[in-house]
Write a protein that binds this ligand. Sequence first.
Ligand SMILES: O=C(CO)COP(=O)(O)O
Length: 256
Amino acid sequence: MRQKIVAGNWKMNLTKEEAQSLTSEIVGMNNDELGTNQKEVKLIICPSFIHISTIKSLFKSSKNIYLGAQNVASQEKGAYTGEISAAMLSSYQVEYVIIGHSERRQYFKESNQEIAQKIDLIFANKMLPIFCCGETLELREEGNHVEFIKNQISESLFHLSASEFEKVIVAYEPIWAIGTGKTASSEQAQEIHAEIRKHISSKYGKEIADKTPILYGGSCKPSNAKEIFACPDVDGGLIGGAALKSRDFVEIAKSF
Ligand SMILES: O=C(CO)COP(=O)(O)O
């Protein structure tokens, strides 16, 4: 059985106090309330860098909750003012790192090659990547979206060894669904998730492809999570806006 995962990407939101109270609300729930008991759902919280240490100190080891970062530098260390290295994150016990988010690709011009460099540094520092891919509305309307997504995956991930790839979490986030309130239908999500799995299989074989968690992201909320998570190739969600409310985040985690 594939791992079920619900990850919250807080993006550039929440002050220290707000981040503390949201984390306390989540870790204050028992495993039944969190829904992590029955179905072994893994929760990953990805705050801004500056909150990482504070949030880690609120975690309780008994809970199935893990810490993630939203980005990492593509260079190991040195004169890169304002950047945060993989070694730094790892020294704060960060376990997961989101890479290739469409906002980073769009606003910070991250290329597939740069994302490939980031993934190597993540592995070198014993963390695990949550790799995002997804198309614009324009690409979808032109009918080029599947090729585009496959190319994002090939160029950033297909240099990995099979034993590395086994540890990758993929997140499909159609750009037109992010923060827009417009979700992909469950048919659209399933179609792309199945294509992604087939593409992984063509490189790493069926066994590894069948084990790779593929999350959906884009206006996922308590009202639509059940339907999306019921798709055979959807293994959870990467949640933006709805992860900023403990009740919504937990409700989504219970939607399997
Ligand atoms: O980008 C996302 C998660 O990484 C999705 O954001 P929303 O859930 O706010 O649409």
